[in-house]
Design a protein around this ligand. Sequence first.
Ligand code: NAP
Length: 255
Amino acid sequence: MGTALITGATSGIGKEFAWQLAGEGNDIVLVARNRERLDALAEQITNFTGQQVETLSADLSSEEGARTVGQRVADKERPIGLVINNAGFGLGQQFLGGSLDRELEALDVMARAILIICHHAAQEFAGRGYGTILNVSSMTSLTAQGTYSAHKAWLRTFSEGLSEILKPHGVGVTVACPGLVHTEFHERTNVDSSQWPELAFTPVHRVVAKSLDAARCGQVIVTPSIKYTGVAAAIRVMPRWLVRKVAGPGRSGLE
Ligand SMILES: NC(=O)c1ccc[n+]([C@@H]2O[C@H](COP(=O)([O-])OP(=O)(O)OC[C@H]3O[C@@H](n4cnc5c(N)ncnc54)[C@H](OP(=O)(O)O)[C@@H]3O)[C@@H](O)[C@H]2O)c1
């Protein structure tokens, strides 16, 4: 797929994307905030796979950080074939009584930054006639678990529309909607992930492999697990009052 740029690449799902893509012979650009982790991972991947790994430290909650990544994606001298918008986090708070700054940070990382990066990617990829965008949304895009659900629903809808806009230009857009995955996601917000049965988790290697397969095949929406494909189908036929009851803000696992 050419050089792949991955945001949120130092941990969890993003790190697995980096390993799988480098293992297939692609060069990589790793994006996250923590410079030490970026450099350590870059060294490991290069040593194991022989691929070139570039690092870009950027805070995607700032417009400057998002524009820097967007400009790297659109760099004609060092073309990117695949951009994966994966960086994200759980808010770890309720809306009522929670910090407004934290809410704005989440909106900036999980919506605004992706809009900025996709805008750069869209112009460059459409102009040259190839490229792929893979956005990491969530199963919660179908539920009503507060603002996190809303950001992921925005990403899903945005990606669907963008796929139609870019298809005639030879550019693919895929949105992945994983369910629960063991990463640093829950521990970063002190959420006890043992509250969910182990069966509810999809192995990270499977989430990533299925998402990449979908992107390669030009599939627009992928639920990278059979279990969650069934859950998604059930949610789609449920009345929304029932979705709010069983998967509303009080069901985000924060309590
Ligand atoms: N784990 C799950 O159960 C699950 C389920 C569905 C969807 N997802 C989605 O999957 C994506 C990846 O999450 P994960 O589970 O792999 O979480 P994770 O292990 O916590 O990794 C999050 C990554 O995002 C980066 N990041 C966070 N804030 C950032 C910022 N402001 N600027 C730049 N990078 C930032 C982190 O690196 P730095 O801290 O160094 O910046 C890290 O590399 C997220 O979009 C998440 O919403 C996760």
